[in-house]
Design a protein around this ligand. Structure first.
Ligand SMILES: *Cc1c(COP(=O)(O)O)cnc(C)c1O
Ligand SMILES: [Zn+2]
Length: 371
């Protein structure tokens, strides 16, 4: 069963029932799910996990799905936390772990979010849905929509990697290529969705993708025996992972499963598209639209994010920082990590290693505010 009680706006606190099909709050901000954690605490204990499925659905009580008949799962989550001794040693770190999200069903952590979003969409009667994607989200969405029997429409920038385009089509989704960036794709969906009857599954424009992504936080805690690391360094595009993990840690603390030691959340972006880094450096509460976004890391090419203020909040509350790295630095890390750890990073993943090379966190020291 689920201990979800309602959905609430992250900015104005307006509340909504779980029975409603929701996108953004009328005030324009993302909606987040709330749980009755005091009640959950009485029956949901660490040992409840012992005989559970090896997927993110093991945290069933802290997921928003109401009825398990609507669960759309391909075995997402429970990815390994690899001890990266060589790579970490080379960077002067005492310990370094890599959460290998490539081991998800369609090859990226987008599956976590889309398993939840599509399950909830099905539960609330959605028959047609649309998503903008510059990379992995499209294929993941198409796979889960296929399994749910939901008609899927994907809008991608014309220069999206061809592998991502083919994947979308093979899963039976309708693909449209757009001359522009992911924001332009999102705008087209917003314009057409009412007439077409599409449910919009854009990042943070519905409340459930972030609920799937937050399970990375639960898993990291569980895999490290409920002692969180000092720093989590994470690539941020739309920000669901960063926002979701920070939410997860708050929930685990309220459940009493972890103590108050929380990681510093470090956001990594590409130098050619770094709106969050800029806003962080300028002490702003929200980010400006990044002009002429350019980077080979398509997952990081997000010039404006509706959850920008939530990312900035999580980074600041945690004592973290925001760093940007160049495309050439990302590319240089790919063979290094592949040769030392046997892990073949995408440019986005490699960006985290490049950021670590430029900024080595020393435990206990305060993080620099600029990169
Ligand atoms: C989607 C994606 C990102 C951005 O993830 P968010 O959690 O939405 O910020 C980064 N890297 C890759 C490879 C992605 O597919
Ligand atoms: Zn609101």
């Amino acid at each position: 069963m689920s201990f979800a009680i309602e959905v609430a706006c992250a900015r104005c606190d307006k509340r909504f029932a779980l029975s409603q099909l929701l996108n953004l709050c009328p005030c324009g901000s993302p909606l987040l799910v709330r749980y009755d954690l005091q009640k959950a605490k009485r029956v949901f204990v660490k040992s409840s996990l012992e005989d559970r499925v090896a997927s993110l659905w093991r945290y069933r009580e802290l997921l928003p799905l109401q009825d398990d008949v609507n669960r759309i799962s391909l075995g997402e989550g429970c990815t390994p936390l690899l001890d990266a001794k060589q790579l970490g040693g080379g960077l002067g770190l005492r310990r370094l772990w890599i959460k290998d999200e490539a081991q998800n069903p369609t090859g990226s952590f987008k599956d976590r979010g889309l398993s939840l979003a599509i399950s909830r969409a099905k539960e609330l009667g959605v028959t047609k849905a649309a998503i903008p994607s510059a990379g992995n989200a499209g294929g993941s969405f198409a796979a889960y929509a296929a399994r749910a029997g939901i008609e899927a429409h994907v809008f991608m920038p014309r220069d999206t990697p061809i592998a991502n385009q083919i994947e979308v089509q093979q899963y039976g989704a309708k693909l449209r290529l757009v001359d522009g960036l992911i924001a332009d794709c999102g705008r087209i969906i917003a314009e057409k969705k009412t007439a077409e009857g599409w449910f919009d599954v854009s990042t943070l424009k519905e409340p459930y993708r972030v609920e799937g992504k937050k399970t990375m936080g639960y898993e990291i805690a569980e895999q490290l025996n409920w002692h969180l690391p000092d720093v989590i360094i994470y690539l941020t595009g739309g920000g669901t992972g960063l926002i979701g993990m920070w939410k997860a840690f708050g929930e685990l603390e309220e459940l009493g499963w972890i103590d108050g030691h929380r990681p510093r959340m470090v956001s990594v972006q590409a130098r050619g598209c770094a709106p969050i880094v800029k806003a962080f450096d300028e002490d702003k509460a929200a980010a400006d639209l990044w002009q002429n976004a350019q980077t080979i890391a398509s997952g990081l090419r997000v010039p404006q994010a509706v959850g920008d203020f939530l990312m900035l909040q999580a980074i600041r509350e945690s004592g973290g920082t925001a760093l940007s790295v160049g495309d050439d630095e990302m590319l240089a890390e790919i063979p290094r990590a592949a040769r030392t750890e046997g892990v073949f990073f995408c440019p986005e993943g490699a960006a985290c290693v490049a950021a670590l090379r430029a900024w080595s966190p020393t435990v206990g020291s305060s993080p620099p505010t600029r990169c």
